[in-house]
Structure formats: C-alpha cells, structure tokens
Design a protein. Structure first.
Length: 276
C-alpha cells in the first residue's frame, strides 16, 4: 500500500508469545535425572553452568554452559546431570501463537546473551506471582512490567534462535545412540503389535539392555514408550479425519474397542472426541 511518497512494507511476526506457564532457575545435584514429560506448550532450557544431558524427542544431547535448547509443543523431553557435574539451568515455558520453524533447536549463546536471559528472569520474578515454578498471576499493578518481560523474552529468543547461533552439541554416549536406534525401529514398526523380545531382537540388544536404555532416556519401560508413540500417532491420524476403525487397523489393533480403551487411558478422551 502506498500513501503519497510513503510505501508500506508488511512484516510478519516470527514469534509471538501469548502467555507464560513456568519459569525457574535450578541447580541439579550430581546424579540427578528427571524422567521427562510432554506438554502442549513450548519451553526453552538454557544451561548456565556444568553439563546437562537432554532428551528431545528422538534426539539426545549433552549441553554445556552457554547452550540452550528449544522444546516445541508435543515434544517429549527429559534432563539429567552429566559428566559428574551439577548443572544449573534457566527455564521458561510459554504458549506461542507463532513459533518459527528451525532446522536446529540447539544454540550457543554469548556470555552477554546468557546475562540478558538472567536479567529477564529477575524481571519476571518481580512481575509475576509464582506457585512453585508455575505462574499464578501478574502481581498487582505490574501489568506493564509483565508485558515488558514477555516482549524482552520474545526479542531475546528471536536473536538467540537465529541461524548464526546454531550449535553442534557434544557427542552422546553409545547408550544414547542405542536409544536413537530403538526409537527409529519403534517408528518403523509402529503399525505392528511389538513385544519386548521382538523389539530387542530388531535392535540387536538383550531385553534387559533394551529396558535399561529406554528407561534412562524416556523415564518409562520400552513397551510403555512404544505404546505412547502409537497413541501419539493415533491422535495425529484422528485429527486428520481418519475413522476410529481406520486408525486402529493402521496401528496394528485388531480390536477397535481395545484400541479405544488404550487411547482413552492415554489421552483421557475417547478417540471420537478428537477426530477432525
């Protein structure tokens, strides 16, 4: 659009944060391990000291001080202390109506960038009331300060998530490589009713090694993790308009009622309730 000598140049938002869920600063003791979680909002984890092992979907990383990872909504993630250190982290969890698609979600930050994130964290402490690590509400009279925190976080992430800050995370252990291979086999065979013995054979592992590896990086047993992946795929198929019967059959369930019971146990909803 032009107005006289002036020309309008539309600018599309690359990131728009709508609300905060949590923010925290923690020091994890040596040997600490969090079994992991999945949620429908985004989360950034910045390591400020030590080394932290991170599971992000089917990837496993070791992040050093000054490195940060972005977990997208719906991505399983876990964290543990690595290399005998006591890692320190700053974490922000938020809902974003616009989130950039990135070729990598692990980044290296300059000391100045880390300092900026620490400053944003301190500002958030004064602007919001926390219940544990969860944002309860904006402190009375701090609406402007709370809005400023969100805008500062947006600007920080836009700068930090640029391609020039992309990191090459440290090489992971053999057990992490095994975990990645296990997930690949699970995804390849997701339409089949696997058992632990078959899965272990396909991965060239013993059943005890299979269970130990999956539990270390996912926080649950191999079959529980495999079934969770099947339910996640079921939710995607149902949202795309597949019928309950079609979804059940595509994932290796010969009994539709049993599939529906498994899905409801996993999601809390009947398959028909999430069908697109």
């Amino acid at each position: 659009m032009e107005t006289g000598l002036y020309r309008e140049c539309p600018v599309r938002n690359a990131l728009a944060i709508d609300s905060l869920y949590t923010f925290s600063r923690r020091r994890f003791p040596e040997g600490y391990s969090f079994k992991g979680e999945t949620h429908d909002f985004a989360e950034v984890v910045c390591v400020t000291a030590g080394k932290a092992g991170i599971t992000a979907g089917k990837n496993v990383y070791v992040l050093s001080a000054g490195q940060m990872i972005l977990h997208v909504p719906g991505e399983f993630h876990a964290i543990w202390s690595d290399c005998g250190t006591e890692p320190e982290t700053i974490i922000f969890s938020f809902r974003a109506s616009v989130l950039p698609e990135l070729p990598t979600r692990v980044f290296t930050l300059s000391p100045e960038r880390v300092g900026e994130l620490q400053s944003i964290f301190r500002a958030a402490e004064t602007a919001f009331v926390l219940e544990g690590n969860n944002v309860e509400r904006v402190r009375e009279g701090n609406e402007t300060a709370a809005s400023a925190v969100v805008k500062r976080l947006e600007l920080f992430l836009l700068a930090a998530l640029s391609g020039r800050n992309a990191a090459n995370p440290e090489y992971v252990s053999r057990s992490a490589e095994n975990y990645i291979r296990i997930l690949s086999v699970m995804e390849e065979k997701i339409g089949e009713p696997l058992d632990a013995e078959t899965l272990a054979r396909l991965c060239n592992l013993s059943v005890p090694a299979l269970e130990k590896t999956v539990r270390r990086y996912s926080g649950c047993g191999a079959m529980a993790h495999y079934n969770a992946l099947r339910m996640q795929r079921a939710a995607e198929l149902l949202a795309d308009g597949f019928s309950v019967k079609e979804t059940a059959l595509s994932l290796g369930f010969s009994n539709q009622n049993y599939f529906s019971a498994c899905f409801k146990k996993w999601s809390g909803k009947a398959p028909s309730a999430v069908r697109g």
